[in-house]
Design a protein around this ligand. Structure first.
Ligand SMILES: NC(=O)C1=CN([C@@H]2O[C@H](COP(=O)(O)OP(=O)(O)OC[C@H]3O[C@@H](n4cnc5c(N)ncnc54)[C@H](OP(=O)(O)O)[C@@H]3O)[C@@H](O)[C@H]2O)[C@@H](O)CC1
Ligand SMILES: Nc1ncnc2c1ncn2[C@@H]1O[C@H](COP(=O)(O)OP(=O)(O)O)[C@@H](O)[C@H]1O
Ligand SMILES: [K+]
Length: 500
């Protein structure tokens, strides 16, 4: 699914109204109705006694007024409206319709008028994608009052005060903090990135019938990746396959007390279809691996000459980093690995070493780096979130390196300038070792011969989908551990293969 800019969304809106048999006011009615349908199914709605709706002067406010009219037969609804001498035409039309339905909106001249009972839910329809400057004055005061009240908020299209794209020049305390954001038709960039994404709460996207041919023609570097978009990448195994064709992988890490990192990565690689796995690690891990995962071949790094190993093994892919440490000896191992033109996943301490030794310029088209935010900061330096995003995009394009920037919506930056925001995974995966599991999955896919960007996209999705299957089973994000992700990889693969 494409992610369009605020400007492109406005264009899609205009194009739909001009080229489809639908008037602007009817599009607003469709949007409000789709929003209400989703809202009525939410937990937020089911737990609350009364509904407060705050409406702005534009079309976002117009949506709010229409939503109020639709919810009125079911609920105790109070509507507040920002004073303005510049209401949009559809906002005015909906003010009229609301009054005709028997609701008189209260004009929000001052924050004192706004009453926020603790058992209410607030519907935020102040500003949406038409925000053109950070909120100040009365609007900002209203937002601060809403945020301080603790009343749960369901946002219409976007939490008010948030720009759909970059918020680098915005102030976070003038953005509504929502528990649920029901956004129209397409995801917005700011909903998928920190720190703004966290202010949106749960995100739901509702179709409002914008012209799909127009959207298809729009150019955008940003896409949301779901099961359907990765299914086309998946290559089922041949019935006549032998293990030599499933790929040979070399995993390097697990030195000293971080033995567990390679145990997890090894298990994940094996559960992701690798044909042969050699795990070169510290003594402790080399002794534990045959007990924990006898399918892997454990090699003690102290007794291994890396160039000899690589030339005798001829691995199809390498992964280095989990539990590698940042010692001089580890740096020498990495220095060697960076010379090989073999598809390679670089994670954890491999990334810290690259930052420490300023080796970023050595990365190229055979490399896939998987930094979490802290590792990415060490690699690429501090920048505001949107600028940081642009920096990653530029680096991927210029160096031809694929980046999987990990987080809630892990972003896969590909050298052709496309960024995929991955839509699988959950908060239960914020647990020690889940990144090591991802490294193992990616190693297996690279070893199987997937091109680097495809392996990254497929691997990140599979990892998240396995996490989702684990959460479904366990029903507790707190109890989910990295091993559970490995134990559910089969379900993620099954989802891919079931409809191909
Ligand atoms: N696109 C679609 O598909 C559909 C879109 N729909 C809906 O329309 C929404 C977009 O509506 P929109 O364009 O009217 O903009 P909106 O967010 O209401 O804000 C504009 C108003 O706010 C004002 N204003 C701006 N910044 C301000 C500030 N900092 N502080 C104070 N005021 C500020 C600005 O006035 P200004 O002061 O700039 O003259 C203007 O009055 C979209 O999010 C969705 O909900 C659906 O109905 C149907 C399909
Ligand atoms: N809130 C979340 N929602 C979705 N995925 C998450 C969330 N938190 C973490 N993850 C995923 O879990 C993994 C964590 O990786 P990482 O931070 O490297 O963990 P570790 O270093 O403990 O192995 C990443 O793949 C990340 O995308
Ligand atoms: K809003």
């Amino acid at each position: 699914m494409k992610i369009l800019s605020a400007e492109q969304i406005r264009e899609a809106d205009r194009y739909t109204i001009q080229n489809r048999p639908i008037a602007s006011i009817d599009l607003m009615e469709a949007a409000a109705s789709a929003w209400v349908e989703t809202f009525l199914q939410s937990l937020l709605y089911s737990h609350r006694k009364s509904i407060i709706i705050v409406c702005g002067p534009g079309n976002n406010g117009g949506d709010g007024l229409a939503i109020a009219r639709m919810l009125k037969p079911l609920n105790n609804v109070t509507v507040y409206l920002m004073p303005s001498d510049n209401y949009s035409p559809d906002n005015l039309a909906n003010q009229q319709r609301l009054r005709e339905s028997g609701i008189q909106p209260l004009l929000l001249h001052t924050t004192d008028i706004l009453t926020l009972p603790p058992d209410a839910v607030l519907i935020d329809a102040l500003y949406g994608s038409g925000l053109n400057r950070p909120l100040t004055g009365l609007s900002a005061d209203i937002v601060r009052k809403i945020n301080a009240s603790g009343v749960p908020v369901a946002a219409v299209d976007l939490p008010s005060g948030m720009f759909a794209d970059s918020n680098d020049h915005n102030t976070l305390h003038t953005i509504v903090k929502a528990s649920l954001t029901i956004t129209f038709h397409l995801p917005k960039l700011a909903l998928l990135m920190m720190p703004t994404g966290e202010l949106a709460g749960e995100i739901k996207i509702v179709n409002i019938g914008l012209d799909s041919s127009f959207i298809d023609q729009q150019e955008s570097p940003h896409h949301l990746q779901d099961a359907d978009s990765v299914k086309v990448l998946y290559r089922p195994r041949s019935l006549w396959m032998h293990k030599g064709q499933a790929g040979r992988g070399l995993l390097i890490g697990g030195i000293g007390h971080t033995a567990g990192a390679v145990l997890l990565a090894s298990s994940a690689a094996l559960r992701s279809g690798i044909g042969l796995l050699y795990t070169a690690c510290g003594l402790r891990a080399a002794q534990a691996l045959p007990v924990h995962r006898p399918e892997a071949i454990a090699l003690d790094l102290n007794e291994t000459d890396l160039p000899d190993l690589v030339s005798s093994l001829e691995p199809d892919a390498i992964a280095i980093g989990p539990g590698l440490g940042t010692s001089q000896a580890s740096a020498e191992l990495l220095n060697e690995i960076l010379e090989y033109p073999i598809p390679t996943v670089l994670d954890a301490d491999a990334l810290n070493l690259i930052a420490k030794h300023r080796w970023l310029h050595r990365l190229g088209p055979n490399h896939l780096i998987t930094p979490h935010p802290k590792e990415a900061l060490r690699l690429f330096g501090q920048a505001k979130p949107f600028e940081f995003h642009q920096n990653l995009l530029k680096f991927s394009q210029s160096s031809k390196t694929v980046i999987a920037f990990k987080g809630r919506f892990t972003r896969i930056y590909t050298p052709e300038g496309i960024v995929w925001f991955n839509n699988s995974g959950n908060h239960g995966m914020a647990t020690a070792g889940s990144g090591d599991v991802l490294t193992g999955v990616l190693l297996a896919l690279l070893a199987a011969g997937y091109p680097v960007a495809q392996a990254a996209r497929l691997g990140v999705w599979l990892h998240g989908a396995a996490g989702d299957a684990a959460l479904l089973r366990l029903n507790s994000p707190e109890s989910l551990i990295a091993g559970d992700i490995i134990n559910h990889l089969h379900q993620a693969f099954h989802q891919l293969s079931s409809s191909t």
